[in-house]
Design a protein around this ligand. Structure first.
Ligand SMILES: Cc1cc2nc3c(=O)[nH]c(=O)nc-3n(C[C@H](O)[C@H](O)[C@H](O)COP(=O)(O)OP(=O)(O)OC[C@H]3O[C@@H](n4cnc5c(N)ncnc54)[C@H](O)[C@@H]3O)c2cc1C
Length: 499
């Protein structure tokens, strides 16, 4: 039987970050990925001739220190230095254009509110400070509360508290109060125009199954802003998949191995200790440590199995809220779609966003969805919320066509040339997210980013430090603290706690 120091299940960006750091330390590492390509949700794929798209995650980058540590530029990673604007579509007027330059953004905001234009630079400065704090939080190994109250485990959290205090009373209180707030309340403290409020608040529900009136979407707004580094996406040269290719290149250059088309069926356990894995083709591979970068529900309930775990732990894992409600519609056009470059959002008002979510609440598909659109030459990619994973009526074998039609019809109201420009289409439903990309219930964060599932409660209370009840089995995907989203934080954190 082959034997490794560490096996990593899943070649999403977090699994690859962990692999690269471990291989760099001289460990014998093997990454096993069920798909035929690496990257998980950070992939660029082809759906036909000339139809290459960033399938799911539209743009962004890893933490700059990870890019530097692993010398990812030398493995082909180039991130655009210029951030394109965030454009919020309006039915009765020109769009609100939030340029990355706060002064230019303020000019556009003035049309909606002079007061909000004046507040914008201060808001941006606050969000930048908030992002520093969120990244520090995501890099902190959480204590296993309430299992362990020791000073050693609590040190990181205490240090984080000090970081917060050193930000000064005003910012500290804004962040602390902002965490449990709704996204609506969060933006309400800064702006008066509904147009400006909705544009910013949309980031608080991006990827979540919650509306802007949902408690804790203030936190999600800060978290998503920190991961993006702003409101709009940052483009990656050659597509988002270059991040994963560069990570895989780095891991291999340090001696790591990556096997694709290698689905793990079972984690081997002896006397409550992980000893290796079994692949779906029956092959057994031994390892001193196993790290799962797959989501916690899949890891514990399918790969480990309830019989191997304490009953209370199993109950807690079963209770993790996975509630996907995101679909993606990609259009190959003749280039005459008329959609500007940047991150184009259909988030015209706070009520519009909340009503879009109502559909998911009742297990349906939003007729008036919140959309976020990005373009890459001829290709138009539409992020669609809300489309519930668990449908009340029909199923995802047929309802994908409905999502596609609503997305195109809705966007065509703003861009009349869109429909006639379409040459090819590809729609990914929440079920595709589960079946193709391995996301339980289509949940792109491996568990909702909600207040009862964040920090020391992610994935479940008592097990937030990457360890598990099974010795030598660790977690490092988006479902554990440091995730979700793309930053690489949880992939790097696990390396710090590995024995
Ligand atoms: C439509 C969409 C929009 C998004 N927008 C944003 C955004 O704006 N900002 C942001 O920060 N994040 C966004 N995200 C979320 C972000 O992309 C994810 O949180 C992140 O990519 C997850 O990375 P990961 O490495 O933790 O896991 P994943 O990328 O999910 O990787 C897990 C890997 O494990 C593999 N795997 C699972 N089970 C097995 C098994 N049994 N054997 C072998 N391999 C297995 C899977 O195939 C997959 O490759 C978005 C996601 C989607 C889908």
């Amino acid at each position: 039987m082959n034997s490794y120091d560490t096996i990593i299940i899943g070649a999403g960006h977090n699994g690859l970050v962990a692999a690269a750091y471990l291989a760099k330390k001289g460990k014998k590492v093997l990454v096993l990925e069920r798909r035929d390509i690496v990257g998980g949700q950070v992939v660029t794929e082809s759906f036909g001739d000339g139809f290459s798209v960033d399938s799911l995650h539209a743009g962004g980058t890893l933490r700059p220190d990870i890019i530097k540590d692993l010398k990812l530029a030398s493995f082909g990673l180039g991130v655009d230095s210029i951030r394109k604007p965030f454009i919020s579509l309006q039915a009765d007027s020109d769009p609100l254009i939030l340029d990355a330059d706060p002064a230019k953004a303020a000019e556009s905001i003035k049309r909606f509110s002079e007061k909000d234009a004046a507040a914008w630079p201060d808001f941006i400065a606050f969000m930048e400070k908030t992002s520093v704090f969120i990244h520090a939080a995501n890099e902190t190994i959480m204590p296993r509360l309430p299992r362990n109250f020791s000073i050693t485990e609590g040190y990181g959290l205490a240090e984080l508290g000090l970081d917060l205090r050193l930000m000064g009373g005003t910012d500290m209180m804004r962040i602390i109060r902002g965490i449990p707030m709704t996204a609506d309340e969060f933006v309400d403290e800064w702006f008066e125009s509904d147009v400006v409020k909705a544009a910013v608040a949309s980031l608080g529900i991006h990827g979540l199954t919650l509306g802007v009136f949902g408690a804790g979407t203030g936190y999600a707004l800060m978290h998503n802003w920190a991961n993006r580094g702003g409101l709009s996406h940052l483009s990656v040269e050659g597509g988002i998949g270059k991040i994963s290719e560069a990570l895989a290149g780095a891991a291999k250059s340090f001696g790591g191995e990556i096997h694709t088309n290698a689905e793990v069926k079972q984690i081997l356990i002896k006397d409550m200790r992980a000893t290796g894995v079994v692949l779906s083709n029956g092959e057994e591979i031994a390892a001193s440590n196993v790290i799962s970068a797959a989501d916690p529900k899949h890891t514990f309930l399918s790969l480990v199995g309830a019989m191997e775990l304490p009953p209370e732990f199993v109950w807690n894992v079963q209770s993790i809220k996975m509630r996907g409600s995101v679909a993606k519609v990609h259009l190959l056009t003749d280039g005459k779609h008329g959609i500007p470059e940047g991150t184009v959002a259909l988030a015209p008002s706070i009520k519009y966003l909340e009503k879009a979510y109502d559909a998911a609440k009742y297990h349906g598909i939003s007729e008036n969805p919140y959309l976020e659109v990005t373009t890459s030459g001829e290709v138009v990619s539409i992020h669609f919320q809300f489309a519930a994973y668990k449908l009340k009526d029909g199923d995802w074998k047929s309802e994908g066509a409905k999502v596609e039609k609503i997305a195109i019809d809705t966007l065509a109201e703003y861009f009349p040339n869109l429909k006639s420009s379409i040459l090819n289409k590809k729609t990914l439903t929440p079920l595709d997210l589960e079946q193709t990309y391995g996301l339980t219930e289509g949940d792109l964060n491996h568990g909702q980013l909600m207040l009862d599932q964040f920090m020391f409660m992610r994935p479940i209370p008592g097990w937030s430090n990457h360890k598990t009840p099974i010795d030598n089995l660790y977690l490092c995907g988006s479902g554990v603290h440091g995730g979700g989203g793309v930053s690489g934080a949880s992939g790097r954190n696990v390396v710090k706690v590995l024995k």
